[in-house]
Ligand binder design. Structure first.
Ligand code: CP
Ligand code: NVA
Length: 332
């Protein structure tokens, strides 16, 4: 059934770097050199099966497939039988018999695993309740752009001149928020690359023990520091990057009132960063969509915030994932 892209726990550090480097090259080629793609996906279709809303992932995917000359076929939960009225096994066998790839946004992570198991074409995880791997590629790409060599003027793009290996290892990221799919993806990715991660979650909102175990086993091998606390101030100490996400992920809407209460003190503010001792040049990341409760406007719309660059980079990183799976047919 070919290769799938489900979680970075399955990829080597070199394969993760390859995806980031390819994304940077695509951005350089398309945005700055105005190059065409050669239409390698001409006549091919990517089924984009989403059971949840999406702005960034959907727009990134559809435009990336179009750029490569292929046809994205968006199938929302109102359109197809995605685990409703038909088993996912049957959906996977049938859809994969007609398309060249499947990109799926699902609830339970086991749904994406089922799709991958029975699909005869590559399957890409566009978010599950456990992992959101394409997001983390964009985060790492953005960190390379921000902490690597800077262009002399705004019109030049220099990130392609150096390898992210020269930028990312040794950076420290502080996660202030929910132990959710975005954090899980950082946990299985960052230790492979030597990116330190300090995590503050409210009590009762810790990340999955299984994911923490994967992260810790990897961190030992690479000498990466992974730490956990319930004190946001402690977590931001010496951070190069502070990152958060919504406190109420898709599907958790009924827990909203309780969550807002339980996350008191977790809003990212400049005083939190200052009092906790973040690095003077700290930057702010957020996968979006964003609500005011988790980060103040003062931080979110400040020059420290690279969230819109991060959002744009979803396109280049998703392009690199689609290119790897459907064109190169390899992560190597
Ligand atoms: N960050 C992200 O995945 O955004 P969307 O839900 O809008 O795709
Ligand atoms: N944690 C969020 C991420 C959205 C991109 C969610 O799962 O809804």
């Amino acid at each position: 059934s070919g290769i799938h892209y489900i979680t970075h726990a399955d990829l080597s550090s070199q394969q993760i770097y390859n995806l980031i480097v390819s994304a940077i090259q695509h951005k350089h080629n398309v945005k700055y050199l105005n190059k065409q793609s050669g239409q390698p996906l001409s006549g091919k279709t990517l089924a984009v099966m989403f059971s949840k809303r999406s702005t960034r992932t959907r727009v990134a995917t559809e435009t990336a497939v179009a750029y490569l000359g292929g046809q994205p076929m968006f199938l929302g939960s109102q359109d197809i039988q995605l685990g409703i009225n038909e088993s996912l096994l049957d959906t996977s066998v049938v859809v994969s018999s007609m398309v060249d790839g499947i990109m799926a946004r699902v609830g339970s992570h086991s749904d994406i695993e089922t799709l991958a198991k029975y699909s005869t074409v590559p399957v890409i995880n566009a978010l599950s309740d456990m992992y959101h791997p394409t997001q983390i590629l964009a985060d790492l790409m953005t960190m390379h752009e921000v902490f690597g060599p800077q262009p002399k003027d705004e019109s030049s793009y220099v990130a392609h001149l150096t390898h992210p290996k020269e930028t990312l290892p040794g950076l420290k990221v502080a996660w202030i928020g929910d132990g959710n799919n975005i954090l899980h993806s950082m946990l299985v990715t960052f230790p492979k690359l030597g990116v330190h991660l300090s995590v503050a979650t409210p009590k009762g909102y810790d990340p999955s023990k299984d994911v923490v175990k994967i992260a810790q086993d990897e961190a030992v091998k690479t000498n990466t520091e992974i730490s956990f606390t319930h004190d946001p101030k402690e977590a931001v100490k010496d951070a190069d990057v502070i990152v958060t996400d919504t406190w109420i992920s898709m599907g958790q809407e009924s827990e909203k009132a309780k969550r807002i209460k339980d996350f008191a003190g977790y809003q990212v503010t400049s005083s939190l960063a200052k009092d906790g001792g973040a690095k003077p040049n700290w930057k702010f990341l957020h996968c979006l969509p964003r609500k005011q409760e988790e980060v103040t406007d003062e931080v979110f719309y400040s020059p420290r915030s690279v969230v819109f660059q991060e959002a744009e980079n979803r396109k280049w990183t998703i392009l690199s994932v689609i290119d790897a799976l459907l064109v190169k047919k390899s992560f190597d």
